[in-house]
Design a protein around this ligand. Structure first.
Ligand SMILES: [Zn+2]
Length: 413
């Protein structure tokens, strides 16, 4: 029972830290009142909710130990993919930007921790330059609370977690102890994920001033690497919240992202599913880039697969119940190109972590869903109906100007 409880608590803490536990639909609307992040409150409520609602599936915790057997993941060869992630091309950061960035972080972290954070970020810059670029660029462009706020929230979260652990002081919590590098890797996965959202959607105005008043929802932008990908479509399609009707036993992820009642978020089509797919791919990249420091389970593989499954559910329903929307989505090559690129990247990273027990907790049934011919077939049908496959090896930059519903803005200085 002790180990069961500890495993659940550890899983929940990690869940609350490494995932985006909010539905961004309500945050990324333009002109919404200033975003305030109340991470601790939100997460404490969420942890209670998770205890009740998180679907642990058939996993038997009774005999499991929280600490993983390192031999099981040390054999996985990440060399090639880590080399790709370490490519600095297009991710310039000026010394002035770094000075400002670290001056702000110094105000957030206690002195000793700041020294460790600074050391860690030096490594992070080398391991995952695109992630480092996002941290610097979004914190500089955003208002302080929306940018640096995420460093504050995640740092406070650690304090909150200590309170949780204090409440469990009768138990031996040493199993949960992790070194600084392990813990801060998890923090950075969360922060980089959230800052990717904070460079997407209506926040395009931070980089492209004349796009301040575009029609949110039909038009939308995604921060992908150092590029802002701006998408136009002729209308808003059916609501993503309808997908709950197609899920037999919704788990915590489904409820967070697809239950309008739970989030109270505004109605929106698959625009936000794509936004999450993009952000969860960033989480997975971050985890792979920093994997040498990570000793515990993090649900990045699960989160990524869940978003892929939501996209499949959306396209399934679109094809079956909204033939006009299917025609429109298939006829929009800009949208199709974005979906294809996001999907291929998500699939690549889901595949990269699939045998790593740190990153594949609970993955199997989601992977089975995604690769079931009924679901995977719809993705393939969409790519073939939209005629986008010949563009498979092109970059966003290369199709900009060629496909008329997609525009690319490079924010690299
Ligand atoms: Zn998210």
């Amino acid at each position: 029972m002790l180990i069961l409880l500890l495993t659940i608590v550890a899983t929940l803490i990690i869940l609350s830290l490494s995932s985006c536990c909010i539905d961004y639909s309500k945050f990324l609307e333009p002109k919404s009142e200033e975003i305030t992040i109340s991470g601790s409150e939100e997460d404490s409520a969420k942890i209670g909710e998770l205890l009740e609602e998180y679907n642990f599936g058939d996993k038997d915790f009774s005999g499991s130990d929280d600490s993983l057997d390192e031999e099981n993941f040390q054999d996985i060869d990440y060399a090639e993919i880590k080399e790709e992630l370490a490519d600095t091309t297009g991710y310039g950061v000026s010394p002035e930007e770094e000075v400002e960035f670290f001056a702000n972080l110094e105000g957030i972290y206690p002195e000793e921790k700041f020294i460790q954070v600074k050391e860690y970020l030096k490594d992070f810059k080398i391991l995952y330059p695109a992630g480092y670029f996002t941290l610097i660029n979004i914190t500089q462009g955003q208002d302080y609370h929306t940018g640096y706020g995420w460093f504050e929230v995640v740092n406070d979260n650690n304090l909150y977690n200590q309170e949780v652990m204090e409440a469990l002081k009768d138990f031996d919590i040493s199993l949960l102890a992790d070194d600084f590098y392990g813990q801060y890797s998890v923090d950075l996965i969360t922060i980089t994920h959230e800052l990717t959202h904070c460079g997407s959607g209506s926040f395009i105005y931070l980089f492209v001033k004349d796009l301040e008043n575009y029609q949110w929802g039909t038009y939308y932008s995604y921060l992908i690497g150092s590029q802002i990908v701006f998408i136009e479509k002729d209308k808003m399609f059916f609501s993503k919240y309808e997908l709950m009707e197609d899920i037999e036993a919704p788990d915590y992820f489904d409820k967070t992202y697809l239950d309008a009642g739970e989030t109270g978020a505004s109605d929106i089509d698959f625009t936000m599913i794509l936004d999450e797919l993009n952000a969860y791919t960033v989480s997975a990249k971050c985890a792979v880039a920093c994997e040498e420091y990570i000793k515990h389970s993090i649900n990045v593989g699960f989160g990524l697969l869940k978003q892929m499954s939501h996209l499949e559910l959306y396209l399934n329903r679109c094809y079956e119940k909204y033939p006009e929307d299917w025609v429109s989505i298939s006829g929009n090559k800009g949208v199709a190109f974005l979906i294809m690129k996001l999907w291929l990247e998500a699939e690549k990273y889901a595949d990269a972590v699939k045998d790593d027990e740190r990153f594949n907790e609970g993955n199997q049934h989601v992977a089975e869903f995604i690769y079931h011919p009924d679901n995977y077939g719809t993705i393939e049908k969409y790519f073939s109906d939209s005629g986008i496959l010949p563009y498979k090896d092109k970059t966003f930059q290369e199709v900009s100007g060629e496909l008329d519903t997609i525009k690319i803005y490079d924010i690299n200085q």
